[in-house]
Design a protein around this ligand. Structure first.
Ligand code: NAP
Length: 258
């Protein structure tokens, strides 16, 4: 039976690349995001693929609203008959001094990165339980673990995501559901342009991955499950550096985001 993947934030960047990678690998994919036209473009691109592939179902939805995600999950199950894998990917960045930021920006960030992940997991797990198992993949950030001045609320929102992933992993084991948390490092997507509070001038000293690299690793983790994935040596070094010399990592982060 072809496995079915539900991806939030499939209209651009990592979510879009992951949708393509799963379809090319023969999975069926339901992709949700707010920009319907972007999802239609992706559907056209997938329909034009010549290789044998899964099917892509575009569903317009907003992760900040529980009912929108519950409806998207229902449409997925109605169309494909099942839901096996969740990629809780939709997210947004933010920069600036936390105290001086617009509350509207902070609220959007919290509702997207925190509420959105909770809504997605809470909507998908009942379907996975019905069919006796599944796999939740959360897209966190290597920043969750770093002193992150001027990106404090974003880093804290990703700490929430990783903490939820690590704790619910034990809660859902009895349902035969696996949980993999991705600590993603800098990736070339629209993320920086969409950053609330303004984009940053990205330093060339921090290497950048492609969304395809992250997508390939996500497909791979389904075949060979892991609890935590940090893709690059550079990001592992950052995490280690933060443990040993958090002050220095904080100063480097301040230079990036200020
Ligand atoms: N790029 C990086 O350097 C980097 C590093 C670490 C972690 N990450 C994480 O990777 C994930 C994907 O980001 P990306 O880099 O691919 O950025 P992106 O290109 O800006 O993609 C973000 C996606 O999230 C969707 N989204 C945002 N708000 C939404 C909402 N309320 N409801 C539904 N979908 C929503 C967007 O779709 P619509 O606007 O169409 O709704 C879009 O598809 C995020 O969780 C981000 O925190 C990225």
């Amino acid at each position: 039976m072809t496995q079915v993947v539900f991806i939030t934030g499939a209209s651009s960047g990592i979510g879009r690349a992951t949708a393509l990678a799963f379809v090319k690998a023969g999975y069926h994919v339901a992709g949700t995001a707010r920009r319907a036209e972007r999802l239609s473009e992706l559907q056209s691109e997938i329909s034009a693929l010549s290789t044998s592939q899964g099917e892509f179902l575009p569903i317009t939805g907003d992760v900040t609203h529980a009912e929108s995600i519950v409806s998207a999950v229902a449409q997925t199950v109605e169309h494909f008959g099942q839901l096996d894998i969740l990629v809780a990917n939709a997210g947004v960045g933010q920069r600036g001094v936390m105290v001086d930021a617009e509350w509207e920006d902070l609220e959007t960030l919290l509702r997207t990165n925190i509420d959105g992940v909770l809504h997605s997991i809470r909507a998908c797990v009942p379907e996975m339980r019905k069919q006796g198992g599944g796999h939740i993949i959360t897209i966190s950030s290597v920043a969750y673990n770093l002193v992150s001045p001027y990106a404090a609320t974003y880093a804290a929102s990703k700490a929430f995501v990783s903490s939820i992933a690590n704790s619910i992993r034990i809660e859902v084991t009895k349902d035969n559901i696996k949980v993999s948390d991705f600590l993603v490092g800098r990736t070339e997507t629209e993320f920086n342009e969409n950053r609330l509070g303004g984009s940053i001038k990205r330093s060339k000293s921090v290497p950048t991955m492609t969304a395809d690299t992250v997508a390939e690793a996500i497909v791979k983790v389904v075949k060979k499950p892991k609890n935590t994935v940090i893709l690059r040596f550079f990001d592992r070094l950052l995490v280690l550096g933060n443990r040993l010399v958090p002050g220095i990592i904080g100063k480097l982060a301040a230079r990036q985001y200020q």
